[in-house]
Design a protein around this ligand. Structure first.
Ligand SMILES: Nc1ncnc2c1ncn2[C@@H]1O[C@H](COP(=O)(O)OP(=O)(O)OP(=O)(O)O)[C@@H](O)[C@H]1O
Ligand SMILES: [Mg+2]
Length: 355
């Protein structure tokens, strides 16, 4: 293929995974059973132990442990620069770990990278694509890299047209695609060989809400209908919350929380009352004294009161603030989000818009 203008050399490898013999057993269709891998007590599609990546002295991924069960959607959530892509690239065999180990689809990423590549698909950030190609040409090329026959490729193309909602655009040149279409064809390319494990690195960053909803639906469908394990990185807490069976939250290379979205949110408490005020210290004193309030945290000009009964706490809080002479800009009652989990653990918000 044409050398990609922007990408690093190893990024090209995502598009050229098959320097290896095709898998024993030959044809695999969307309905083919998943290849068996050595039984573990929990049947893990991805397992990382102490996984580490340093760039010089900088530790980008710091002893990360992961356990993703087969057939699940795992959300890997974190802010810019947290280490999501570096972790993903190690799991996809594109970046060598500096320490620790990882098994993906039953094979060690460092010792058996070819075996891993055959069993995974990856739609990564800023993937290299030849813009002069049509979508169909890209998918055929990708299918050939995986050793699929012309007939197999034709079958998969027909399946993928519907699966990733890409339709007629496949026959146009990629250079004319919108951002959403590019991601879609990229996803189709990652799926051409019907992988066991699919890696999606920020699949919806920069997409409008409609395109984002489509990607979510596709991810759910791939998981539900094909039983595909999906490892998805995101900066959007709603995305992790909506899609993932389990979530790992990463910050500055370290996993700071892990669990189901429900359990993570429950760890924060029942309800939150958020108040933006002009005098946070006066507000803290007034609100913390209320019996209905369990705890108070201050972040910037925002006070967060946790309580077991949000509706019952709102008016006492408003009254206490008025009596203390504190001017209230906004007052919001809501249930905890993954952003609150992140805030509690790291002191920062994952994203600006909160309520
Ligand atoms: N090849 C590299 N050389 C040096 N530093 C790197 C390299 N790749 C990543 N880093 C650094 O490692 C850290 C983690 O980067 P990474 O791309 O994994 O973050 P991320 O969570 O994917 O962020 P984003 O949400 O912006 O995609 C960053 O500080 C980044 O600058
Ligand atoms: Mg990234």
């Amino acid at each position: 293929m044409v050398a990609p203008p922007l990408e690093m050399e190893h990024e090209t490898a995502t598009r050229r995974p098959l320097r290896t013999p095709r898998p024993a057993g030959g044809e695999r269709s969307a309905s083919a059973p998943r290849s068996a891998s050595p039984a573990t007590d929990r049947d893990l599609a991805i397992e990382a132990v102490g996984l580490e990546r340093r760039f010089g002295d900088f530790v980008a991924v710091d002893k990360v442990d992961l356990a993703v069960e087969r057939g699940k959607i795992y959300g890997f959530l974190g802010p810019n620069g947290a280490g999501k892509s570096t972790t993903t690239r190690m799991l996809c065999t594109l970046t060598a770990p500096s320490g620790g180990r990882a098994m993906v689809a039953g094979h060690d990423v460092a010792l058996e990278p070819d075996a891993v590549r055959l069993r995974i698909g990856a739609a990564l950030q800023a993937t290299a694509v030849d813009l002069q190609q049509t979508g169909t040409e890209l998918l055929r090329q990708q299918g050939r890299y995986y050793g699929l026959s012309g007939k197999e490729i034709a079958t998969r193309l027909a399946e993928l047209r519907g699966l990733v909602d890409i339709g007629d655009a496949l026959d146009q040149r990629i250079k004319g695609y919108s951002g959403g279409m590019k991601r879609r064809v990229d996803l189709a390319a990652a799926l051409i060989h019907n992988p066991e494990v699919l890696f999606l690195d920020e699949p919806t960053t920069g997409l409008d809400p409609v395109s984002r909803a489509k990607v979510w639906e596709e991810v759910r469908r791939l998981n539900r209908e094909l039983g595909m394990t999906i490892f998805l990185t995101t900066q959007y807490l709603e995305e992790a919350d909506a899609l993932a069976d389990r979530v790992g939250i990463i910050d500055r290379g370290k996993i700071v929380a892990e669990g189901t979205p429900e359990a993570l949110k429950r760890s924060i408490g029942a309800d939150l009352v958020l108040v933006r005020v002009d005098d946070v210290e006066a507000a803290r004193t007034a609100v913390a004294a209320l019996p209905v309030v369990d705890g108070v945290e201050i972040h910037g000009d925002e006070l967060t009161a946790s309580t077991t009964d949000g509706p019952a706490a709102v008016s006492p809080i408003a009254v206490a603030l008025a009596e203390a002479g504190v001017r209230v800009r906004t007052l919001t009652l809501r249930e905890p989000t993954l952003d609150d989990v992140f805030l509690t653990l790291t002191g920062n918000r994952l994203q600006e818009e909160t309520a």
